[in-house]
Design a protein around this ligand. Structure first.
Ligand SMILES: Cc1cc2nc3c(=O)[nH]c(=O)nc-3n(C[C@H](O)[C@H](O)[C@H](O)COP(=O)(O)O)c2cc1C
Length: 485
């Protein structure tokens, strides 16, 4: 009831958004609902199971790997299919000739969509004359495997994997190669499961724990979203930044090492953000851009709204699109975003200002699980129930207003508990608050147009808060929301 009223108020308030004329209208942090116990986080689809198979043996093993890992199956299909005569070995046929020709690179029909989202690539092939078929060489030369792990596997009449896998290493030298494994025909699911288990791979992403030790000031670590994509755990919020100020802020952020920029149709700055990104020296693919579409006209005509963001940003694809807050036609709008994901226009989807009561109902109506929920969160409004609830669903939680928001930042930054902790670590109050967000598993998008503050906000990797200090900040919670969403 309370939430429905809040959405109504939210809609009324939308015109007054920039002035934030409406005050707090909801209370989402005090609910004591327990997350569903049997709903474990979704498998992270950052594994690709690529295989080449002419007579189905390797395909069978690949399907077992897919079943075990939840990875995406991809068949390497030759542009010119191999006929039975082509495969007849020791006849001087096509396969024999290709295997004897070091420069043979049979063409592949089609390609892997969004290869960049995969961290682990299982690569399967039949042994042909002791080696991998040359089409595997074509495959490896077609993509950039930097930062990826490749796990070869093969099937054969009797030969072992031998040198067939190690001979592939130089074709994707920037990848990490794990030892390969040969399987006979008729391999069972359990034999494959046992092998995959022995590799010790991580199938699900814990979206609430970040590798903070890998962060450096000016370089935030990433979290793996349930969509398989990596997102930096700190970014620049651009609400209230427009025109040249906005452009300069985005540029300052990129120069400081910030690689996540958060915008929204409602902020009226997507065009400037796109310009700043295009004018920067940072490659597009290193930057993660979040934007949002807004209830009302945009939810009624979501295809146009999505296209408007794509056009204004003009940076190719959008990394993440969110619904700005619940409202009429939100499921319809999300389904249009799902279609845009299928079309390669958007990579990941999420929600903003969504709480416990809405999330289960929403998830049951859509196909793609939201990867992110972006809500107001700060030490005075900690959402102590919402945060673990979302995490349990495999959803990353991101804080807007991480410092308390307009009119409240001064109070929070001078809170005596925060200041005492900041002095103990010789850092600023803002840095303590951001570090607290990250250590409790919440990513954040502080907004600023001040280059010094932007740099400060991405420099929270030289210290850590003790559990006592984390508890002291947890005790500051007043369940005090500072905006009306
Ligand atoms: C051209 C060619 C060469 C082959 N060479 C070998 C070999 O050297 N050693 C071996 O054990 N099997 C060899 N085989 C058999 C295949 O490796 C085996 O049947 C494999 O499981 C087929 O996989 P697929 O059904 O996924 O195509 C060869 C097959 C072909 C077509």
């Amino acid at each position: 009831m309370k939430k429905k009223f809040m959405f109504f108020i939210a809609t009324l308030c939308s015109l007054a958004f920039a002035l934030s004329a409406c005050d707090r209208a909801g209370d989402n942090g005090g609910t004591q609902l327990v997350p569903p116990q049997n709903d474990s986080p979704t498998a992270v689809s950052n594994m690709l199971v690529a295989y080449f198979s002419c007579t189905g043996t390797t395909k069978g093993v690949a399907e077992h790997i897919e079943a075990k890992t939840g990875g995406t199956l991809y068949e390497i299909v030759p542009e010119i299919p191999y006929t039975e005569a082509d495969l007849a070995y020791y006849t001087g046929g096509r396969a024999d000739k290709e295997q004897a020709d070091s420069s043979a690179r049979p063409a592949i029909s089609g390609s892997v969509e969004n290869m960049e989202k995969y961290k682990v690539v299982f690569l399967g092939y039949p042994i042909w004359h002791g080696q991998a078929p040359k089409i595997i060489y074509t495959f490896l030369e077609s993509y950039d495997f930097s930062g990826k792990t490749i796990i070869p596997f093969c099937t054969s009449g009797s030969s072992g994997i031998g040198s067939s896998a190690t001979n592939l290493h130089s074709l994707a030298a920037s990848a990490t190669w794990l030892d390969g494994r040969r399987f006979p025909s008729g391999t069972s699911q359990s034999a494959v499961d046992e092998w995959v288990d022995s590799l010790g791979l991580k199938f699900t992403s814990d979206v609430s724990v970040f590798d903070l030790n890998s962060g450096e000031n000016g370089h935030a670590p990433t979290v793996t979203l349930n969509s398989g994509y990596e997102m930096p755990i700190l970014g620049l919020g651009t609400y209230s930044l427009t025109g040249e100020t906005c452009k300069a802020s985005v540029k300052a952020a990129l120069e400081s090492g910030v690689r996540l920029i958060d915008t929204a149709h409602m902020y009226g700055n997507e065009r400037e953000i796109g310009e700043a990104i295009r004018e920067s020296n940072v490659p597009r693919e290193e930057i993660f851009v979040i934007t949002k579409i807004y209830p009302g006209e945009q939810y009624s005509h979501p295809e146009e709204a999505i296209q408007e963001s794509l056009d204004k940003l003009n940076i190719g694809y959008i990394d993440m699109m969110l619904l700005h807050h619940p409202g009429a036609n939100d499921v319809k709008a999300y389904k249009a975003m799902e279609k845009a994901v299928a079309d390669g226009k958007i990579r990941s989807l999420g929600l903003s200002n969504w709480y416990i009561e809405e999330i289960d109902d929403f998830i049951s109506q859509v196909d793609i699980r939201p990867a992110l929920v972006q809500n107001e969160i700060h030490p005075y409004y900690q959402e102590q129930a919402v945060v673990p609830y979302m995490h349990n669903l495999g959803i990353v939680v991101q804080a807007w207003y991480p410092f308390g928001g307009r009119g409240h930042t001064g109070e929070l930054l001078s809170d005596e508990t925060i200041v005492k902790i900041a002095e103990a670590h010789n850092v600023t109050a803002a840095q303590v608050i951001l570090r607290w967000h990250l250590q409790r598993g919440v990513v954040a998008i502080p907004g600023s147009s001040n280059p010094a503050h932007i740099l400060e906000n991405i420099s929270v990797f030289g210290f850590s808060l003790s559990s006592e200090e984390m508890n002291e900040i947890a005790a500051l919670d007043r369940d005090e929301k500072h905006d009306w969403y």
